[in-house]
Design a protein around this ligand. Structure first.
Ligand SMILES: [Zn+2]
Ligand SMILES: [Zn+2]
Length: 252
């Protein structure tokens, strides 16, 4: 198994030391994860200690380490995104949409955006950004592609056409989708993407990775007891892997 989207530094919670990385590897091993990708938010890029990562990668016995980055996708910030996406010897680059009009949609202390927009329009704008992120060709993996559902604020209208259009754009772009269990720890209480959306992606042969989006060692592999049966029930039999930007795969 792989856990390809997680944070050691998280939101400045701890330094990226060999010891802290190996603490994540220990939990990964206990939970049957054989490949673990560290993907810090790009706003903490200065805190990524490449030497510590490389030393931990040498020392780690049973868990292969990968280095990625989670780029905060914002149209207009191409300079920052390009710089951060090429700053280090990554194995892969994740692009994640957290914002509409450069305002976060997933911050529990800043829900103002949900008052400013009709929920339907906000969803439209969110998925337009997801399609732009896929189309941009900048990313190998698209992070948690339906994050906008995080607070259980749903439009009254049917969003199926919106999701179908987004699944088309994702399939056309060739980007891999992050099946991210962090939603289980949020008000929505379900995996990103939803079963409906994941089914649309499967039908279009979009490859996936699995992740916990852990922000602490004890969250590594968290939620996989739900995400593995989900992806299998939809039809998936393998996950994508990356090494030095080369894509491979692993049976589920
Ligand atoms: Zn994210
Ligand atoms: Zn993340």
């Amino acid at each position: 198994m792989i856990d390809y989207h997680l944070h050691v530094i998280a939101h400045g919670d701890r330094p990226m030391t060999v010891e802290n990385i190996l603490a994540y590897c220990k939990i990964a091993k206990e939970r049957g994860i054989r490949q673990m990708g560290i993907t810090e938010h790009d706003r903490y890029i200065e805190d990524i200690d490449l030497a510590a990562f490389q030393e931990a990668r040498e020392l780690s016995q049973d868990v292969e380490l990968r280095l990625g980055i989670e780029i905060d996708f914002v149209p207009g910030a191409e300079e920052r995104m390009d710089r951060d996406a090429s700053a280090l010897p990554y194995d892969y680059v994740i692009g994640s949409v957290h914002r509409v009009d450069n305002e976060e949609v997933d911050h529990p202390d800043h829900l103002e955006i949900y008052d400013k927009w009709s929920t339907y329009d906000l969803y439209e704008a969110y998925y337009a950004n997801v399609r732009k992120a896929a189309d941009s060709g900048r990313f190998e993996i698209l992070g948690h592609p339906d994050l906008i559902k995080i607070f259980r604020k749903f439009p009254d209208e049917d969003i199926t056409p919106m999701l179908e259009e987004t699944a088309d754009a994702i399939a056309e772009s060739g980007v891999v989708v992050d099946v991210n269990a962090a939603g289980l720890r949020k008000p929505i209480g379900e995996i990103y993407p939803s079963e409906d959306f994941l089914t649309m992606l499967y039908r279009r042969k979009v490859p996936i990775i699995l992740s916990s989006d852990a922000h602490a060692a004890d969250q590594v592999g968290m939620g996989f007891e739900k995400s593995i049966p989900l992806v299998k029930s939809v039809g998936y039999r393998e996950v994508a892997t990356f090494k030095d930007h080369e894509r491979g795969n692993l049976s589920l």
